[in-house]
Design a binder for this molecule. Structure first.
Ligand code: MG
Ligand code: MG
Length: 251
């Protein structure tokens, strides 16, 4: 069941979104070779708590950290660790969530540690962000939910990459993950009609190789089955009277 948000509820998600955006900027300023993913997690948690918010992910279904840090062939849900030291050329996906007055916002970015290791890796990151923007461009009252899915898939497959099937975007509100699910693939013109008060997280996960995934023995980290590189971008977006508003937009 889709839970539509009142304007004051959207205000609270917007505030959570601002804190998430600030957290991303702070953490990205610390990304460099030699830093551990556990350090980035501590930077994020401190930033979120200093602003009176709570990390969405810590304790979520037992997740042990405040952010997800997924390297190279890891797609999503990587666990920050003192043992994971960033190296020049790593592809680092960072996923963030914060709760403000009971409401979540959710956003992810992918960056290189130092310079990109290849032009293909650079293209992967660019295309994944473009796919997110194409999906967001479909968000407006009267549109159908799968218009987002289709737009993402077109950009990704048009560039010769594949979209992950097993993990999808979602509604956001009092719960981190609410209805509706938003796949990153499919035909346009299907699913519920979008209307004001709908708040969604759109999050393409894009692989250089094929789309199948598997989960590592830690029961969290999702990797590409073929070992190819993967990137992930995500924003939380509200449907407004005349279009949409990206609630996790960064300066
Ligand atoms: Mg996320
Ligand atoms: Mg999400």
């Amino acid at each position: 069941m889709i839970i539509y948000k009142s304007p004051s509820e959207v205000d609270r998600i917007r505030m959570a979104g601002r804190i998430v955006a600030g957290t991303i900027d702070r953490v990205l300023s610390k990304v460099r070779p030699g830093v551990t993913t556990a350090f980035l997690d501590s930077v994020a948690e401190e930033y979120i708590r200093e602003r009176g918010a709570t990390p969405s992910f810590k304790g979520y279904r037992g997740f042990p950290a405040s952010i997800c840090t997924s390297l190279n062939d890891e797609i999503v849900h990587g666990i920050p660790s003192e043992k994971r030291v960033l190296r020049e050329g790593d592809l680092l996906s960072l996923d963030f969530g914060a709760i403000w007055e009971g409401f979540h916002a959710d956003s992810a970015v992918t960056v290189f540690v130092g310079d990109p290791p290849s032009s293909e890796a650079e293209k992967l990151v660019r295309v994944t962000e473009e796919a997110l923007e194409a999906g967001i461009a479909q968000i407006r009252p009267g549109g159908r939910l799968s218009d987002i899915s289709h737009a993402v898939q077109q950009v990704v497959e048009g560039a010769g990459f594949s979209v992950v099937r097993e993990y999808v975007g979602h509604g956001v509100g009092r719960n981190l993950h609410e209805d509706p699910q938003i796949p990153n693939y499919g035909p346009p013109g299907r699913g519920p009609e979008m209307r004001p008060g709908l708040v969604v997280a759109v999050e393409p996960m894009v692989n250089v190789g094929d789309w199948p995934t598997r989960v590592l023995a830690d029961d969290w980290t999702v990797v590409t089955e073929d070992g190819s590189l993967s990137a992930h971008f995500e924003h939380t977006i509200a449907v407004t009277e005349d279009g949409h508003e990206v609630l996790t937009a960064r300066g």
